[in-house]
Write a protein that binds this ligand. Structure first.
Ligand code: KIV
Ligand code: ZN
Length: 392
C-alpha cells in the first residue's frame, strides 16, 4: 500500500453521462472537464470512445485541452474498443485506457456464456493489448462486488502481472454492505502477491444508498482511488458522490490514516450547480454538501441552538464547500429566537414583548403557509406598529 493520497477519478462525463436525458455535446463536456481539472481531480474519465463518433470527438478534444490531469477513455475487453480509446486519447499528456470485463458468475455465465478460465485469459489479453498503446492501463472487474473473492484475487494478480497500473473493483450493482466491500479490498491486499505494483480502485453504485459508505470502507482497507461523480449522478441510483467522499475524508481528518485528496472543497457547490444546469438534472434539496437545504435550519430547537453557536447543528462551514450562508427558514415549527433574528436582519430590533406579540401573528401565517417570507414579516411589522400606536 502506498501513502495516504487518495486519487479522485471523476466519471461524471462517462458513468454520469449515461443517465437518460444527461447526454452532453463536446462543448459542454469540455466546460465540465476544465472545471474538474480546476477542482483538483486526478483523473477525468472523459467518455467511451467506441460508443459513438460524438463521444470519440469529446474524449479527443478533452485530451487536447487538459494539462497534467490524467484523461481516461473506457473500453470493453475488445481490441477495436481499445484501439478507439487509444486513438481518441492520442493528444493527452497523461492518457489512461480503462478496459475490463465482468468477473461475477452472473456475467460469466449469463452475459458471456463462458467460464472463469476463459474470462481470466480475456482479462489478461485486454490489458496486454492496451499496454501496446499506453503505459497507464486500468482494468475493471465488472460486478466485482458479487464476484467470489478467491477468483477475483486470481484475476487481479494476473492483470497486474500483465501490466495493469490500477485495478478497479466495481460494486456495479450497489449490492455490497460497507463492511463486505471493505473486507473484499482487504482480502485482495492480503492475498494478491503483486498487489503493491498497482493501485486498487473503488467504483461503487448507489442502489442501496451505500455508495459513499462503501467507497470510504474501501479506502480505509487499502484502496487508493475512488471513482465518483459530481452530485452522485450515474446509472440507475447513481455513483459515489465526489463531494461526499471528499468531505468525509476532510471532516474526519484523513480517517485516522492521513488520507487526503487534492480537492479544493470551496469549489464543490459552484461545480455542482454547473453540472446540474448543463446536464439539466436538478439536485435533491436534502442532498449532502450541495443540496439547497444542506445549510438551512427550520425547526425552533435547531434554530435556537444554531443561533447560539453554529457548531451545535453544523459540522461544515458553508464557505468551506462554496455554499451560500446558512439559512434560518421560518415555518410553523420555528421559534421566537429565529423570528427575532429574521426581524433583526430586516432592521427591526424588537424586545421580548414585541416578539411575544408578533409570534402569535406569525404562527397564524405560518400555519397557512409552508414558509414565511420577508414580505410576510414586513406586513406583520406594519400591523404591529399600528397596534402599538393605537394602544398609546
Ligand atoms: O459500474 C461498473 O462496473 C462500471 C465499469 C464499466 C467500470 O461502470
Ligand atoms: Zn459504473
Amino acid at each position: 500500500m502506498s501513502n495516504g493520497k487518495i486519487h479522485i477519478f471523476d466519471t461524471t462525463l462517462r458513468d454520469g453521462e449515461q443517465v437518460p436525458g444527461c447526454k452532453l455535446n463536446t462543448r459542454e463536456k469540455i466546460e465540465i472537464a476544465l472545471a474538474l481539472e480546476n477542482l483538483g481531480v486526478d483523473i477525468i474519465e472523459a467518455g467511451f470512445p467506441i460508443s459513438s463518433p460524438g463521444d470519440f470527438e469529446s474524449v479527443n478534444e478533452i485530451a487536447k485541452v487538459i494539462g497534467d490531469v490524467t484523461v481516461c477513455g473506457l473500453s470493453r475487453a475488445v481490441e477495436k474498443d481499445i484501439d478507439a480509446a487509444a486513438a481518441a486519447l492520442k493528444p493527452a499528456r497523461r492518457p489512461r485506457i480503462h478496459t475490463g470485463i465482468g468477473t461475477s458468475d452472473y456475467h460469466i455465465k449469463s452475459k458471456f456464456n463462458s467460464n472463469r478460465e476463459e474470462i481470466l485469459q480475456r482479462a489478461v489479453q485486454c490489458v496486454k493489448w492496451a499496454k501496446r498503446h499506453v503505459e497507464d492501463v486500468e482494468f475493471y472487474a465488472e460486478d466485482a462486488g458479487r464476484t467470489d473473492n478467491e477468483y477475483l484475487a486470481r484475476v487481479v494478480e494476473a492483470v497486474i502481472a500483465a501490466g495493469a497500473t490500477v485495478v478497479n473493483i466495481p460494486d456495479t450493482t450497489g449490492y455490497c454492505l460497507p463492511h463486505q466491500y471493505g473486507e473484499k479490498i482487504a482480502y485482495l491486499i492480503n492475498n494478491v502477491p503483486n498487489v503493491d505494483k498497482a493501485i486498487l480502485s473503488c467504483h461503487c453504485h448507489n442502489d442501496l444508498g451505500l455508495a459513499t459508505a462503501n467507497s470510504i470502507y474501501g479506502v480505509m482497507n487499502g484502496a487508493r482511488q475512488i471513482e465518483c461523480t459530481i452530485n452522485g449522478l450515474g446509472e440507475r441510483a447513481g455513483n459515489t458522490a465526489l463531494e461526499e467522499v471528499a468531505m468525509v475524508i476532510k471532516q474526519h481528518n484523513g480517517l485516522g490514516q492521513s488520507l487526503h485528496t487534492r480537492i479544493r472543497s470551496e469549489l464543490l457547490n459552484p461545480l455542482s450547480r454547473l453540472v446540474s444546469e448543463i446536464m439539466r438534472m436538478p439536485v435533491q434539496p436534502n442532498k449532502a454538501i450541495v443540496g439547497a437545504n444542506a445549510f438551512s435550519h427550520s425547526s425552533g430547537i435547531h434554530q435556537d441552538g444554531f443561533l447560539k453557536d453554529a457548531q451545535t447543528y453544523e459540522i461544515i462551514r458553508p464557505d468551506e464547500v462554496g455554499a451560500d450562508d446558512s439559512k434560518i427558514v421560518l415555518t410553523a415549527r420555528s421559534g421566537r429566537s429565529a423570528l427575532a433574528y429574521r426581524f433583526k436582519k430586516l432592521g427591526y430590533d424588537y424586545d421580548r414583548n414585541d416578539i411575544d406579540a408578533l409570534y402569535q401573528q406569525f404562527l397564524k401565517v405560518a400555519d397557512e403557509k409552508k414558509e414565511v417570507h420577508d414580505d410576510d414579516l414586513l406586513g406583520m411589522a406594519s400591523v404591529h406598529s399600528q397596534e402599538k400606536s393605537f394602544a398609546h
